[in-house]
Design a protein around this ligand. Structure first.
Ligand SMILES: Cc1cc2nc3c(=O)[nH]c(=O)nc-3n(C[C@H](O)[C@H](O)[C@H](O)COP(=O)(O)OP(=O)(O)OC[C@H]3O[C@@H](n4cnc5c(N)ncnc54)[C@H](O)[C@@H]3O)c2cc1C
Ligand SMILES: NC(=O)c1ccc[n+]([C@@H]2O[C@H](COP(=O)([O-])OP(=O)(O)OC[C@H]3O[C@@H](n4cnc5c(N)ncnc54)[C@H](O)[C@@H]3O)[C@@H](O)[C@H]2O)c1
Length: 455
């Protein structure tokens, strides 16, 4: 009897396995593929490897002509995948005391029994962390052509000369910029009025301008109608504001969101509740069956590796430790790894009362001015106590810079506490000191006693 059986060995499943193992529990991890999941094989890792190569090429192109060997590029991307995988292979897991089994058919046949290719495994608790798959729209002709998704993009031997990218979200935009930098002509087709529809409009407009300047073609308010393929060329028929047009390219990448992997797990027979967004879990990450938990993309509401990790630790602690904790996303952060990066933290004040937004731009950062065209935009929202609420940063290394504000906010440090901190010059982080000083002065001026004396 295992203490825990985990179905799905991606970011969420691996975290559950290591957390339970750390608590001395007997763990079985099962997957229809190899350990690592989307993040390792077709998500964060290969996409960031490709983005990094794109950045190098882009920088070099500013000062010389560059010939790109895209076969070498793709080999380097796959080498990055292999390096990550070498730290989470079944052999490494076994060394750490975690049993891994790969199976073609994995089903929960009872709240305490998981069937892996006809072999029954018994567990006191079960975690479902099966992630998501790309959503494939019912687009006329799509089933007859060779299209790409994140699942086969990184296996290409060479990059195509041109690519249509359906969807201007996280995958579409990150890939569009780096592929364009690596010599592929790209067209983003986005049905909404702008890319990154859920992000700050002001900052997204600045990012869009940068992408367009670099040569990325962005078609917004555009609906795909049908698609055909003739030898090497794919023709996508679209409508923009009612006007029909055809865009041609060598390849088509579909990246318009995800669907949860809930099929063939025996959930209906079990009576485990799920809907089109994924399996339903409560604030403790438990499904309606008391010993079965759900973590990661398949449970939502976020679809990030770091939220899968956070949920994995929490679910296992709630399973085995006496003190139960509710999920708390108030300190969530995320980053889109474009150049510049677009990073966000926290949630806006639900009441929007007595909040103040501190805004900084390029001219406030000495570091930004050392690089021609470098972009720096930062918005920090605080409440009346100067507690850090929502943050948006569009800048080089925004994903790193936001981490300081994450540490402050998660530890209830108010913004003014950054005031005496001495940051290295000229670093992007120096702006955090300026922010702290401004908040400190505001806090003084907003203090009624000091106001009396000041008058
Ligand atoms: C191109 C791309 C780039 C991304 N970049 C980032 C990023 O920069 N930062 C970030 O935080 N997130 C990023 N993400 C999202 C991130 O990859 C996911 O949020 C994360 O992988 C979710 O982890 P998970 O464990 O929930 O699911 P997954 O990693 O998808 O793992 C699910 C596992 O379950 C297995 N499985 C599925 N169905 C079954 C079944 N029926 N039986 C058995 N096993 C099954 C799968 O084989 C897989 O191994 C990116 C995603 C994509 C596609
Ligand atoms: N840096 C990161 O953290 C990172 C990077 C990549 C992916 N991810 C994760 O992966 C998830 C999936 O990424 P994604 O890009 O597939 O989804 P997404 O939800 O981020 O973006 C999908 C985009 O496609 C558009 N769209 C939907 N249907 C369309 C249609 N028929 N035609 C044209 N456009 C259409 C939407 O308006 C949206 O802009 C993200 O939500 C994110 O959580 C994270």
């Amino acid at each position: 009897m295992y203490d825990l059986i985990i179905i799905g060995a991606g970011a969420g499943g691996l975290t559950c396995a290591y957390t339970a193992n750390g608590l001395g529990k007997k763990v079985l991890l099962v997957d229809k593929g190899l350990p690592g999941g989307t993040c390792t094989w077709s998500g964060c890792m290969p996409s960031k490897a490709l983005i990094n190569i794109g950045k190098d090429v882009h920088a070099a192109k500013k000062y010389s002509s560059v010939e790109i060997d895209t076969a070498k590029v793709m080999k380097d991307v796959r080498d990055a995948i292999e390096e990550v995988y070498s730290h989470e292979s079944p052999e490494i897991l076994a060394k750490d005391g975690i049993t891994f089994k790969k199976g073609e058919q994995i089903k929960i046949i009872d709240p305490k029994i998981v069937l892996v290719d006809e072999v029954e495994y018994h567990g006191k608790n079960i975690v479902i962390s099966t992630g998501t798959s790309p959503f494939i729209p019912p687009l006329e002709g799509l089933d007859k052509i060779d299209y790409l998704t994140n699942q086969n993009l990184f296996q290409l031997e060479k990059l195509p000369k041109s690519m249509i990218i359906l969807g201007g979200g996280a995958i579409g935009v990150e890939m569009a910029q780096c592929l364009n930098r690596l010599g592929t002509t790209v067209h983003i087709m986005e049905r909404s009025s702008r890319i990154f529809i859920r992000e700050s409009e002001e900052l997204v407009n600045i990012l869009s301008e940068t992408l367009i300047k670099e040569g990325v073609n962005i078609h917004v308010n555009t609906n795909a109608v049908s698609v055909t393929q003739d030898d090497e060329i794919i023709s996508l028929n679209v409508e923009t504001g009612g006007e029909p047009r055809t865009i041609e390219a060598e390849a088509l990448l579909v990246s318009i969101g995800r669907v949860p992997n809930v099929e063939n797990l025996g959930l209906d027979e079990l009576g485990l509740k799920y809907n089109k967004k994924g399996i339903q879990v409560d604030d403790y990450l438990r499904t309606n069956i008391h010993n079965i938990y759900g973590v990661g993309d398949v449970a939502g509401p976020y679809q990030f590796s770091h939220t899968a990790n956070y949920q994995g630790i929490l679910a296992v602690k709630n399973m085995f430790l006496p003190l139960k904790k509710k999920v708390d996303y108030s300190n969530i952060s995320w980053c889109t790894f474009t150049s510049p990066e677009l990073a966000s933290r926290g949630l806006p004040d639900p009441e929007g009362k007595e909040t103040k937004i501190y805004s900084y731009g390029r001219s406030d950062s000495d570091r930004t001015m050392t690089k021609k065209g470098d972009i720096f935009e930062m918005r920090v929202e605080t409440n009346h106590k100067k507690e850090i609420l929502e943050v948006k940063i569009l800048a080089e290394r925004a994903g790193e810079m936001i981490s300081s504000l994450q540490i402050a906010a998660a530890n209830h440090l108010t913004l003014d506490k950054l005031s005496p901190v001495i940051f290295p010059h000229p670093s992007y982080s120096e702006i955090l000191g300026k922010l702290g000083k401004k908040a400190y002065v505001d806090k003084l001026l907003e203090n009624p006693f000091i106001n009396i004396f000041a008058k």
